[in-house]
Design a protein around this ligand. Structure first.
Ligand code: PFF
Length: 446
């Protein structure tokens, strides 16, 4: 007999898990620099609108399908498809989600491995192990391979422990710590010279940029990646929510937490970058834009921490702990997608499923580490810029065009008996049916 399905034991547990999935490297190195390079608060404003008008409805599509079916992505999409053709499409989309999320995890693990290596660097320096410290911070195949394995072992260990004792327990510990570290770092950086220039670059709006189509594309891509949409993560987490919960409310809390932490991250990253500038560190790239992505995290910020003397060691430790936590709460949500499929559809025991899938993804990560230059960028682009938006589109089509409206209403009503007359149910069906798919396609073809 199959093992009973896991369920989050509390609303807080689900919120921490789902916000943990959403809040990741994307929030910390993507959002702030995107905002500063795209009109500051004008980007923030556009991002908020897009996050709530487009990403939130897509998030709700996944949560509703998941909780209705109480199953992994493949089975869940199949269960809302009435005919043989739509069932075939459901299987194809479900598998495409599983494959995409596995490849996202394979590159995410590499970057997360860097975060762990950089976390150990200040510790090594505190112990006077300068040789070790420089090995930890020098890009090399051996270092990258070791830390990919370390990170994947952490991810597999949590997933192995199950929904309540693994995902929920760890997310509930790690997410509050993440917020605390973030706030402490912000308060400290605000006291440093140059911080206010960064704040200005981040928050002073340049509204001339607001109609820029590239800004819209950036903001939308950021919102979709940040809310972990299109690959079945939120669907699977939704399948573990109690039927008593009010889904539209709980979904909006997840979106608010994700956006809120992205905005907070901006209050740390931009001031820190301008503090670095004031200390003589280069923060602009050859095109004059702010350095973003991995370069920001593994070169600009460490250079800043190095200028801070012994306090810098503590700040570096806190910062890379923050990054590791953000990565880990996202990676567990990714691994859960294929593992849930293995457990439920192939009858594999949870521990075997998590170890096997974890090993396969680690092997893919190592292949990328060994062939970094052509492969890393290719995997990132294919998964996040092609697969994720197309799958997000497919989820909207399934919920709005394939599933019967009554089925959706019944599902929402379980946790909110008055759902039919709610504002959510007046607006959302129209959004997922027309606005979201169209917007995703427009952005995709941009
Ligand atoms: N939302 C994560 C971030 O912002 O870093 C990335 C992510 C997590 C993407 C989970 C996809 C996913 F399934």
């Amino acid at each position: 007999m199959a093992a009973p399905r896991g369920e989050f034991s509390s609303r807080f547990g689900f919120l921490m898990a789902a916000a943990g999935s959403a809040v990741g490297l994307g929030n910390i190195w993507g959002f702030p620099t995107n905002a500063a390079s795209n009109g500051g608060a004008a980007f923030l404003f556009t991002y908020l609108i897009l996050a709530f008008a487009l990403a939130y409805p897509a998030l709700m599509a996944e949560l509703i399908i998941g909780r209705h079916a109480r199953a992994n992505a493949v089975t869940a999409l199949k269960s809302i498809s009435p005919g043989p053709r739509s069932k075939m499409a459901a299987v194809a989309v479900g598998f495409a989600g599983i494959i995409t999320v596995s490849f996202i995890l394979s590159f995410y693990a590499i970057v997360s491995g860097w975060m762990i290596a950089f976390f150990f660097d200040p510790l090594a320096r505190l112990l006077g192990l300068d040789g070790v410290a420089s090995w930890l911070t020098t890009d090399a195949v051996l270092r990258n391979s070791i830390f990919v394995v370390v990170f994947m072992v952490m991810t597999v260990t949590i997933i192995n422990a199950g929904v309540k004792d693994g995902i929920e327990k760890w997310a509930s510990r790690l997410m509050p710590s993440l917020i605390l570290i973030l706030v402490l770092l912000i308060l400290y950086v605000f006291t440093l010279p140059g911080a206010m220039d960064g704040l200005r670059a981040y928050l002073v709006p340049d509204f001339s940029r607001i109609a820029d189509p590239l800004l819209l594309v950036d903001a939308m891509g950021q919102a979709f990646f940040s809310l972990s949409l299109g690959v079945g993560t939120m669907l699977v987490y939704g399948s573990y929510i109690s039927k008593k919960e009010n889904l539209p409310v709980i979904g909006s809390l997840v979106a608010l937490l994700d956006v809120g932490i992205a905005v907070l991250a901006g209050l740390l990253i931009l001031p820190a970058m301008y503090v670095a500038l004031a200390s003589g560190v280069e923060i602009f790239d050859a095109q004059g834009g702010l350095i973003a992505g991995p370069g920001l995290i593994v070169s600009v910020l460490p250079a800043l921490f190095n200028t801070m003397g012994s306090v810098g060691l503590l700040v570096a430790l806190a910062f890379f702990l923050l990054m590791t936590i953000a990565s880990l709460t996202s990676s567990i949500s990714m691994l859960e997608v294929p593992v849930a499929y293995g457990v439920e559809n192939l009858g594999v025991e949870r521990s075997r499923a998590s170890i096997t899938v974890g090993a396969v993804i680690t092997a893919i990560s190592l292949l990328i580490v060994f062939n970094f230059d052509p492969w890393f960028d290719r995997v990132v682009t294919t998964t996040t810029e092609i697969s994720q938006p197309l799958l997000g589109f497919a989820f909207c089509i399934f919920v709005a065009w394939v599933w019967q409206r009554n089925g959706i209403l019944e599902e929402i009503k379980q946790g909110d008996p008055d759902a039919e007359s709610s504002l959510f149910f007046k607006i959302w069906p129209f959004y997922v049916k027309f606005v979201c798919p169209l917007a995703i396609l427009v952005v995709y073809f941009q």
